[in-house]
Design a protein around this ligand. Sequence first.
Ligand code: ATP
Length: 502
Amino acid sequence: MSSDSNVLDLSEVIAVTPVEKHGGQRNKDGFSDIELTPISCSRFAVHYVEKKRGRVWRPGRVTFKCQDPTVCREWIDRLQERLNQEYLRPRRLLVFVNPFGGKKRGVQIYQQKVAPLFDLARIKADVIVTERAGHAQDLLQELELNKLDGIVCVGGDGMFSEILNGLIVRTQQEAGVDKDWLAAELVRPHLRIGIIPAGSTDAVSYATVGVNDPVTSALHIIIGDCQPLDVSSVHYRSQLLRYNVSFLGYGFYGDVVRDSDLRRWMGPTRYDYSGFKKFCRRKIYEGEVAFLPCADQGSSPYDQIRCTEGCLVCKQAGEKNKPTPFNPSEEPRAVETFGPGGWQRVRGRFIAINAATNSCACKKTPKGVSPAAHLADGCTDLILIHATPRYRFLGHLLKHLTDSDRFNHSFIEVYRVREFKFRPVIIEETEDEQVEDEEAGVLSRRNRRRNTRRNSVWNCDGEIIDQPAVDVKVHCQLIKLFARGIEETKQSSCWPVGCFCA
Ligand SMILES: Nc1ncnc2c1ncn2[C@@H]1O[C@H](COP(=O)(O)OP(=O)(O)OP(=O)(O)O)[C@@H](O)[C@H]1O
C-alpha cells in the first residue's frame, strides 16, 4: 500500500490475524509483539507490504474493529481463505543459511528479521545452517524436494551460486539431460529461489529487487513474487564448469577476484583493495573472442531504457522461448546455435573481457556494469575493453558512477550476444637469465625464451574459474526467483565511490 492511498491490494497482504484489544505493540521492524487468538475477539489486523523509499519494503499493519465477534471471525476466515487461493505463495520452503557470508550475520539476520515474518505468513521453513563451502550444493543432490515450493538462501552471491548450480544440476539429472553438452536444451527447475541478502556484494539481490535488504526480500518471498532469470552455462571443452546469472569477467575483474579471495579476512573492503592494486598493475591479455549476436532482439546495450518490473523485452523473449514439454524417452534436443547473423570474431589485446547477463548493479555501482542489460531476454552483454593507457581505463571505470555513456570510448566494444567463446593466446616472454656456459666454464648472460603462461582467471559471479578457454551460452529464463524486477521509483541513489567488485 502506498502512503497516499487507502487501497490495499490483496496480492500484497502478508497475513490476517486476530488481535486482542490492547495487543500488538510494534517493534522497530514493524512486527507485532503480541498476537493472541481469542475465540471472541472483536478486532483483526491485516498485515500488508508497505513501500518505503528506495524500493525498501516493510510490514505494515492496519487494525479493524467489529461490533460482533462472529462477524470478526468471519472476516478473518474469508480473508484467510482468499489468501490461500493465491497459488503462487509458498507454503513450505527449504532455507540454507551461510553463517560466514558477508559480516557473518547470516544466522542472526534469518532468526531476527526473516523467521518472524515467515511465521506470521504461516510458511513452514526447514532451515539448514551450512557447515562448509559446497554443503548446500551437495545436499541439493540428495534431499527430497518434491514437497517444497521454493529454496531460500541466506548469504551472498557465492551462496546463491551454490543453490543455483545445485538446483539446475539436479533438475537436468532427473530429466536425463546431459548438462555437459553445450547445445542441450536445459529443463527449467520448477522450484523458485529466494535470496535473503547477507553477503558482501549481494549483486543478484540488487539486480532483481533493487536493494539488498533482508526484510524486503522476505516480503517478496511471502507474497509469492515470480521473476524469470537468464542463466549462462560456462563450459570448457565438453565439460560444464558452472552456471552463472550475472557477471563473468576475464582479465582485470578475474585478477581482482583472484587477489581478493586471498584476503577474505579483510571483509567487503577486500574488493576495493584488490581493485586498486590490479588497476595499478594493468595487465594486458591477448586472445580471440567469437560470439553469436542477438540479431532479432530489438534492444541493445546502448539503450537508455532500463529493464524494470514488467519489462516488455523480457516478456517477448519469454513468449518466444516457451519451453517444449519434456519427454524423457526422447533424445535431448540441441538448440539451433547459428542464427541468421552468424558468428563474429574479435582478436586483440584486452584489459578485460566482461559479460553481463543482467545489469550487475550493486551498492557501489548502482547502475551496474551494463545498465541496459535485461534480466530475462536470453542475452548477455559482451564488453571488450582493449588495451589502453591507465588514465583512459580509469575514465571508463569512473563512468560507472554516473549515468553517462560509459561505452562511448574507442577502446571499448559492446555486443548483445546469445553465446560466446574465448581462446587466450599464450604469450612468450623473453627474459634475461644467468646461465652457465658449460664449454667456457664461466657464467654469462644470455637471452633465453621461456614459455610463460600469463593467463587470467574468470570471475564468475564472484567465484573463480581457473580455465581461461571457455564456451558460454545463455539459457533464456532458465530459473525463477521470488522477486519482481526493479520497481520504478522517482528517486535514484548514487554512491560517491566506485568499486571494483563488478
Ligand atoms: N559454512 C560455511 N563455511 C565456509 N564457507 C561457506 C559455508 N557455507 C557457504 N560457504 C561458502 O562461502 C562463500 C561466500 O559466501 P557468500 O557468498 O554467502 O558471502 P560473500 O562472499 O561475503 O558475499 P558475496 O558473494 O555477495 O560477495 C560461498 O562461496 C559459499 O560456498
